[in-house]
Design a protein around this ligand. Structure first.
Ligand SMILES: [Zn+2]
Length: 426
């Protein structure tokens, strides 16, 4: 936790121009996604900002001149986070937004959880901290800064909500007026501390039914419920199973011509979905196939029920959640769009790009324990064929009863043994 109000200057940083050591001046700046400490270099005189260790900035700290002219950051792993921040500090870069005050509290000691982010998955995992902190500090007041679109994910009537009304993709641009607005709110409280908002909080202790207001798939109904298999589509991340197309895709990102190859890559992904469905139909003729996700590119092969959209809002999220919680399995390429589907479905098959191997499981919402965890959570390589993906799906669907039954039998045996022991003791 970082004491913010009153704030005690304490965070050292190195000047982005001369590298001189500096301590902050005691002033904070609420940029949007990031909270920045103001510095003034004692050696060269440069005024600069240093990120507070909150959210992803705890992993990839950034120091940057206040006009964005000089910056130091982890270029290899942290550019995705640092570059939008640096751009947001440059002249005329910010965007204006309405900021709401929902369920205001009368005062007390405040913990602020900043969940502003341009990526929905990041917002979602940051929000878990609200639920964890509520349990950890039941007598403190909690407030959460979040994109207005995600307001529905806070169900606790005692948590103060500060929704920022901006499309997610604009959330990283720097929000004009946010700094003054936040500091005005602080005046209502005796003290304010900022949560460090760990981006990989522990899953244990989280109740997804409470957060999502949707009951996850009950495993005992796996074989009773109509079989539904759902693939989550993205128009910017693809299952291609082709080294040549993968090369084109990576080159298009590097040289900025994604728009020219997107149609081809979507066409390829659609065609793999067609093959996957034909293979699965042979072994699982009763299955219903659903496609959710963002972007409606590509003509879908028949058999898939198309639930994709061009724009996501709360209504869409809730409709999709109903689909996920009735899906025995969800499938898709690794990414934060898999968090909610994997939190609600019984199991998943995730297609994992090789550069994402270090991030395996980061986008998985629900984990079953023991052998069931390995059985119901499958990761396959990005160059997997439709046959291989289908092979996993069929084996999971057809083998579930045996694995689940064996585990249940073992649990019952154990319970019986404990019962006998208890009886003997009595
Ligand atoms: Zn300096």
């Amino acid at each position: 936790m970082i004491d913010t109000y009153p704030y005690k200057p304490s965070i050292p940083a190195n000047c982005p121009r001369c590298g001189g050591e500096s301590r902050d001046t005691g002033e904070l700046f609420f940029q949007g996604t990031h909270v920045l400490a103001e510095h003034s270099c004692g050696d060269c005189g440069l005024d600069f900002y240093a990120t507070l260790p909150i959210g992803h900035a705890a992993l990839y700290p950034v120091v940057c001149a206040r006009d964005g002219s000089y910056a130091r950051y982890n270029r290899q792993e942290g550019s995705w986070m640092a570059l939008p921040l640096i751009r947001s500090l440059q002249k005329d870069a910010g965007v204006g937004a309405a900021i709401g005050l929902v369920q205001p509290n009368s005062g007390g000691d405040l913990i602020l959880v900043n969940c502003l982010d341009s990526c929905f998955g990041h917002v979602f995992t940051k929000l878990w901290n609200v639920y964890l902190l509520k349990k950890q500090f039941p007598f403190k007041t909690l407030a959460v800064l979040l994109p207005a679109r995600c307001r529905w994910l806070i169900t606790d009537a005692e948590v103060e909500i500060w929704p920022v009304d901006l499309p997610l993709e604009e959330m990283g641009k720097g929000i004009r007026g946010l700094d003054a607005w936040v500091k005005e709110q602080f005046k209502r409280f005796g003290s304010v501390a900022l949560s460090e908002v760990p981006v990989h909080p522990p899953l244990e202790g989280l109740d997804f039914e409470e957060i999502l207001q949707a009951r996850p798939f009950a495993l005992e109904d796996f074989e009773r419920q109509p079989l539904q298999l759902t693939f989550i589509w993205r128009s910017d991340r693809f299952w291609l199973n082709s080294r040549m197309l993968d090369f084109f895709h990576k080159a298009s990102i590097k040289f900025g011509f994604q728009g020219r190859v997107q149609g081809l890559l979507c066409y390829r992904q659609v065609s793999l979905l067609g093959r996957l469905l034909r293979k699965l139909r042979k072994s699982l003729p009763e299955a219903r196939f659903v496609l959710t996700g963002l972007g409606k590119e590509g003509r879908l092969p028949s058999g898939w029920k198309d639930e994709r959209v061009e724009v996501i809002d709360e209504g869409v999220e809730r409709t999709w959640n109903e689909l996920y919680r009735h899906s025995q399995l969800v499938m898709g390429v690794h990414g934060s769009h898999m968090l909610i589907p994997t939190a609600l479905a019984a199991g998943f098959v995730e297609i994992l790009p090789r550069h994402k191997i270090p991030h395996l499981t980061e986008d998985i919402g629900r984990q079953h324990s023991g052998r069931l965890g390995a059985f119901l959570g499958r990761f396959v390589d990005e160059f997997s064929s439709s046959s291989l993906v289908a092979g996993h799906v069929v084996s999971m669907v057809k083998g579930f009863g045996r694995v689940y039954g064996e585990l249940n039998m073992a649990v019952r045996r154990e319970q019986k043994a404990v019962g006998v022991e208890m009886e003997a003791l009595n």
